[in-house]
Design a protein around this ligand. Sequence first.
Ligand code: ME8
Length: 517
Amino acid sequence: MSDKYYITTPIYYPSGTWHLGTCYTTVICDALARFKRLEGKDVFYLTGTDEHGQKIEKKAQEAGISPKQFVDKQVDGLIKVWDMLNISYDKFIRTTDDYHEQAVQKIFRRLYDQGDIYKGYYEGWYCTSCESFFTDTQLVDGKCPDCGREVNRTKEESYFFRLSKYQDRLIQLIEENEEFLQPKSRRNEMLNNFLKKGLEDIAVSRTSFTWGVPVDFDPKHVVYVWIDALTNYITALGYGSDDTTLFDRYWPADLHLMGKEIVRFHSIIWPAMLMALDIPLPKQVYGHGWLLLGGDKMSKSKGNVIGPMELVERYGVDAVRYFLLREVPFGSDGSYTNRSLLTRINVDLANDLGNLVSRSVAMVLKYFDGVVPSVDKVEDIDNDLISIANDMFATVKDYMDKLDAPSALVEIWKLVQRANKYIDETMPWTLAKEGDTSRLATVMYNLIESIRMVAVLLRAYMVETPDKIFDSIGVPEQLRGFDSMTFGTMPAGYSVVKCPPLFPRIDIDKDLMEIEG
Ligand code: ME8
């Protein structure tokens, strides 16, 4: 099995407000990247920005500044959001980076030289918001079939990519290799709605505006923004430059993760381009669902957004990350409401996790002067807790291999909840009163060890809480890794210290009044 893992988010249009929906793909990729790193893999996590095209040119005009000034400002804003969410990307690519533009030109020329790109005339419809071309029959009620907005009639000289030539190979790829495109619903959609209806060659250059990568052998054309954007996954690794070390190491991508609305580009156009370039295909393209607000996709251009910054400032980075990873069943849509966020924080984080840690630490402080005691008197009831703890890693890993972070978190919470129940069942305060120190020691050890194992796994999903827990229960560096996921690995004798509440309980109605007015 290969020990490298190359994972990508789409590159973001720096065209409007950064909102919680924007953060969805990135936070999931981040959890996957962290998980794989903890498994010992050599991870390369790529994200970035998709800065060319008519939409950006228009926005810059409206703002009265140059497109480059516009995107620079927007990208600064995005990087601040990623920093605040502690996104552990290894590279941030901008499609305005010189090396990328040069590689795009080389790729375009090569495809032209070998006959995969040819010159023609495009006449049809263009949705500027989606940066997509459509034929008459593809429109829905005369509007963009993807976003429902107005489309413009376009007629211009254009270069075309021979997409039709790859139709049979694409059908074969998607039908025969189940892993390539997931989930299954997306596979059916691509096969039935696009591939089997017949692929037409696509326009891959524009002449009606200039904000793009110029076609070097015909500079009144700029490369179509999706062709420019998709290549980022290989140009970021040095493809088309003098140094291809990263490309040689990490390509093919293990996972391209994205929202379902752009699966068509990633599972049809992108593999066809790679086939034309004779480059191996990514191992998996996965189209996740949307974060909805008020029943609609949270979206920059619709303006129905919730800002991540305010939420992180108010509730902390881990609460927001946890919500994004836990709330939306993977592959489906899920809704954001302020109440659902606050309820998750109170129930899962403050009550379940926070209370478990604070109660357990308080008892070790009270009954054993803060030193974790060793197991002394074992009872049957311990076995249930221990077996949940011991089985947890394999199950969580299994879910993460299927990209299913919500189910992985549910699995971790089974131990959190079992440990809370264990406190109620063993009643340490009664053991203390009765002077059964041997049994009390065992119960305390089992609780602290369960908490440690939970915190080790949480390192993939949260960025502050695991260390707070480790510091509170005295876990040394070498017992914070995935190689320590067997119950009993931590020896007794470490000291615990009081931990400030991990997630302070929220007065939901009061907070809702403050947030919503
Ligand atoms: O599509 N819920 O960029 P983008 C879940 N530049 N995910 C959401 C979301 C929501 N409400 N809103 C946005 C582009 N996203 C192109 C990609 S890649 C070669 C070019 C996700 O800024 C969206 O599904 O519109 C996508 O995965 C990502 O944010 C970037 O979207």
